[in-house]
Design a binder for this molecule. Sequence first.
Ligand code: HEM
Ligand SMILES: *[C@@H]1O[C@H](CO)[C@@H](O)[C@H](O)[C@H]1NC(C)=O
Ligand SMILES: *[C@@H]1O[C@H](CO)[C@@H](O)[C@H](O)[C@H]1NC(C)=O
Length: 326
Amino acid sequence: MMSSSAALVLALGLILVNFTGHCHGALQVGFYRGKCRLLVDVESVVATVVKAKLIMDPTITPALLRMQFHDCFVNGCDASILLDGRASEKTAPPNLSVRGYDVIDAAKAALESICPGVVSCADIIAMATRDAVSLSGGGRYNVETGRKDGFVSLATNVNLPGPDIPVAQSVATFAKKGLNATDMVYLLGGHTVGIAHCSFFQDRLYNYKNTGKPDPNMDPSLLVSLRRICPMNSARDNTVNLDQDPASSLRVDNSFYKQIMMRRGILQIDQDLATNSLTKATVAKIATGDDFNAKFGEAMVKMGRVQVLTGNQGEIRKSCRAVNKR
Ligand code: HEM
Ligand SMILES: *[C@@H]1O[C@H](CO)[C@@H](O)[C@H](O)[C@H]1NC(C)=O
Ligand SMILES: *[C@@H]1O[C@H](CO)[C@@H](O)[C@H](O)[C@H]1NC(C)=O
């Protein structure tokens, strides 16, 4: 027979084991359960909005993925990227293709009408991105929630890696955010969807590292087609798919890794992943059918933990575009 105090310790232990399985710091899976009019499923409110938007525009998926990356890498996952303002993050040059603000606004409006002041914009980014990924062929991962929204958004804080960053330097940049080299390879799998403007890889087509020649590590047939879309001295900055498998350029899957192994990467950093000794083994593993969907989800959850605000460090914004008046 167990004494009642031993039974209590055991029960507490079980609760704690269970707790650590779902909880990371202040974040947890299902944070909003019971917090929005008791029975409203916050995650399904967001999912309904995302689904409706995605039917109209499948490029919402790359838009949201890039938004979450930019939010989390500048000042932490605090929705600072959403704030409007003359010199806020969204005005900084690397913003270019960050889109999808309307999706977040719509989800926020839906939630505010049901339970005002409960759900943070930072969490809406994480939930909406997860939904878009899973509706685009990716795995459905459990998002952690419980973030607060930040007060500060400054273009001068924007210090994102550029497309020509060397792999070792990129590994170091991710390490500063608590993400290891393996996480980085999975996260760059975000480039399995979406587009890049010619200006981000033009050098590889005509004057790679000031050689006056194209990047020798690019598939010659890809070079021909990219040169057609991105002519030298063009006034227009055209776009091409980051995933060059035409059947899969809007699907979240491992085809991006297969493409870069065939030297069909668009950005320098993407192509380098397949050849650099720090990352190529992981790339080869994913390309040959490692469980990309599940692992990508895990990496997204990990990225969602970067420098989150909790308690009084942040607030629940009324509008995702402005801090609350105090
Ligand atoms: C070293 C890290 C990274 C670099 C240097 C980088 C760079 C870039 C560049 C230059 C573009 C093209 C933007 C344009 O032409 O407007 C782009 C697009 C994109 N990036 Fe990344 N990126 C990185 C990491 C990530 C991560 C971690 C994710 C998400 C998990 C991500 C998701 C995307 C998506 C989805 C697009 C397409 C956006 C669209 O179609 O609207 N990137 N990235
Ligand atoms: C993004 O940056 C460009 C170039 O710096 C700027 O002209 C544009 O207004 C910015 N986009 C937004 C949404 O502020
Ligand atoms: C990187 O982090 C992942 C996920 O947290 C972990 O499973 C993996 O073992 C780590 N890899 C290295 C090389 O530390």
